[in-house]
Structure formats: structure tokens, C-alpha cells
Design a protein around this ligand. Structure first.
Ligand code: ZN
Length: 192
């Protein structure tokens, strides 16, 4: 009997994967690895909360964020003789204390800098609550480009009080078009 049940279970699993595979391109199937180097020494709880916020925002785009702690990630890749191929959809985020802003010699209007190679988020002591939104915004720059500011949503150049009210309600997210573009960019990276 047990054998029968096990066989039936395995058949169901096989069937489920057959049924779900055509839907692969629809939702929640894209994965983005974000390697985060915390040079700003944000406390662990704040960082976790920020990661959750960013994950939720990308979740709305159908993208699952996999977080990796930077120093551990780098050490792991150094130690292994043949490191596993890096996920092509891997983005680097460095958290820097706000006092480091000047060192980069570039004006930041939106709390950080996003380049094709990675993003820097300047952490201000008073706005750690919003860290997740700023991280999502800067990750948005990596994927959508340096000129990706929009008039509404999380990619607004300067987030205002009304945006933070939306944030509190969980509705400060990428626009529908940005969500599509993000999915396309991640998909392209995955194919490289
Ligand atoms: Zn920006």
C-alpha cells in the first residue's frame, strides 16, 4: 500500500511539473541574486526588514530575489577551486554610510548610485526605515538604466511625503511598464 501511495505521489509530482512548466514565463519564475556588502554596518534586523521590503517590490514584478551576504559570498567563491558558474542575473549592492557620498564625486539625488555593474546605497541614519525602498530604487537603476526616473512610483527621482505614505500602505512599487522591463532585463541576463 505504502509503495502504491509513494508511486502515486511521484506520478502526481511529475504531472504537476508537466502542468506548471508551460506557465513558467508568466509569474514568479524569474530569479535575481543580489549580493549585498554592508559597509555601513546597518543592524541585522534593519537589513533583514529592508531586504524583505525590496523582495516584496520585486515580487510584484514576478521576480524572486535571492539575497547573499557579500563577504561570505566572495569568500565562498575564492575558496572553491572551481567555483560554480555565477548566476548571470546577479547584482551587487554596496551599502555605504552617507558620509562616504563625497568620495564618489557624483551627486546623488535619490539616495544612491546605480551603474550597470552594481549599485551603491548611501545609508542615512534617520531613514533606515526606508532603506528597502532605496535599495529597490537603486536596483531599478541597474536594470532600467541611469535615466530611469519616472514621474510616479518607486523610480521617482525624489521621493516625497506622498510616496512615503504609499510606502506605508505597500503601494510604492515599480510601474507596470517598469515591471515588464525589469522582467525582460533579467531574462536577457539569464540568457547570456
Ligand atoms: Zn534614482
Amino acid at each position: 500500500m505504502e509503495k502504491l501511495i509513494r508511486g502515486w505521489l511521484m506520478a502526481s509530482v511529475a504531472l504537476a511539473s508537466l502542468v506548471t512548466s508551460p506557465a513558467r514565463a508568466i509569474a514568479g519564475d524569474l530569479k535575481l541574486t543580489v549580493v549585498i556588502y554592508d559597509h555601513a554596518h546597518v543592524n541585522a534586523e534593519t537589513l533583514r526588514a529592508a531586504e524583505n521590503t525590496t523582495s516584496e517590490i520585486f515580487g510584484r514584478a514576478g521576480v524572486q530575489v535571492v539575497w547573499r551576504e557579500g563577504f561570505a559570498y566572495a569568500a565562498e567563491r575564492r575558496n572553491v577551486l572551481n567555483p560554480p558558474p555565477e548566476d548571470p542575473a546577479t547584482l551587487i549592492v554596496k551599502l555605504q554610510p552617507e558620509s562616504e557620498t563625497a568620495r564618489y564625486g557624483v551627486a546623488s539625488v535619490c539616495g544612491g548610485l546605480g551603474f550597470a555593474s552594481g549599485a551603491i546605497v548611501f545609508v542615512r541614519r534617520f531613514d533606515v526605515v526606508w532603506l528597502g525602498y532605496i535599495m529597490a530604487h537603486e536596483l531599478g537603476h541597474i536594470l532600467l538604466g541611469p535615466n530611469a526616473h519616472s514621474v510616479v512610483g518607486i523610480m521617482r527621482g525624489t521621493l516625497r511625503n506622498e510616496d512615503w505614505e504609499k510606502a506605508a500602505q505597500g503601494t510604492l512599487v515599480f510601474t507596470r511598464l517598469q515591471n515588464q522591463q525589469i522582467r525582460t532585463r533579467i531574462d536577457e541576463r539569464g540568457r547570456r
